[in-house]
Design a protein around this ligand. Structure first.
Ligand SMILES: [Zn+2]
Length: 253
């Protein structure tokens, strides 16, 4: 699919508020500045279609080649791949479905049903910020038979910032500890580790990423194969996260 030796992948991003972005080419340029040729970034729908709106928007000169199964677009001028994802806000915690088909979203808010829907659509799963606010870590700890359905475990989320009284402390440390003691040893290469920005602005895309080498020719298996922190680039996205929190709280527009 993409011919480059290294792929810096920041799979978990939301663009700006309700999918706001400065334009297709401009967004690609910003992401390319951090991720370079071969770069991969994910845009996550929530209960909206911001990914579809992003790739279908008018304007811009870069070619947008729809990849097989319509799970993303390839931009040859910049050798970049934009992947469609969806963050499902299930009652039991958030789940990121990666490589979702264009035009389709998961409807269920029950984790078990959402997992099934994602699999039926051909997507694979990322346990995002598992021990942060609304993470699914606790539920999976109590229902370990579900762990096998996940291909990657977000051991570092750039936006899992501790705000006393509002968010969870040491969320990334807990995610890493759980991964090391429960997933790496028990499930082997079934679940890989990953680092993502979880950005809520285009400017933050690519602050965190996971290095995929694409030796298996399967996007899902590349994520499964990451079992070492050497493959993770981490950087706190605290400023963007505070801004997003303030917007949600109605303090900022
Ligand atoms: Zn997110």
């Amino acid at each position: 699919m993409i011919k480059a030796d290294i792929h810096k992948a920041d799979i978990h991003n939301h663009l700006g508020r309700n999918g706001a972005n400065p334009g297709f080419d401009e967004t690609i340029d910003i992401a390319h500045a951090r991720l370079g040729n071969g770069g991969i970034f994910g845009i996550a729908n929530s209960d909206d279609f911001r990914y579809e709106k992003f790739v279908e928007q008018k304007g811009g000169k870069y070619k947008r080649i729809t990849v097989s199964d319509k799970i993303g677009v390839y931009v040859p001028e910049k050798q970049m791949f934009v992947v469609k994802c969806q963050e499902v806000f299930s009652k039991q915690g958030h789940i990121l479905a990666i490589a979702m088909p264009h035009g389709k979203n998961i409807a269920s808010k029950e984790a078990r049903d959402a997992i099934k829907e994602a699999k039926d659509l051909g997507a694979f799963l990322d346990a995002v910020h598992p021990f942060y606010v609304e993470g699914i870590g606790k539920f999976l700890e109590q229902n370990p038979e579900l762990l096998q359905h996940f291909s990657t475990w977000e051991v570092y989320n750039g936006s899992a910032v501790f705000i006393p009284g509002f968010t969870t402390a040491f969320a990334n440390k807990k995610a890493m500890k759980f991964y090391s003691s429960n997933l790496l040893e028990k499930l082997g290469n079934g679940v890989g580790m990953s680092s993502s920005t979880d950005g809520h602005s285009v400017e933050s895309i690519g602050k965190c990423y996971t290095l995929l080498d694409y030796s298996t020719n399967s996007f899902q298996n590349e994520f499964r194969n990451i079992t070492s922190v050497d493959k993770l680039h981490i950087e706190s996205n605290w400023f963007d996260m505070y801004k997003h929190a303030a917007q949600l709280g109605g303090i900022l527009k």
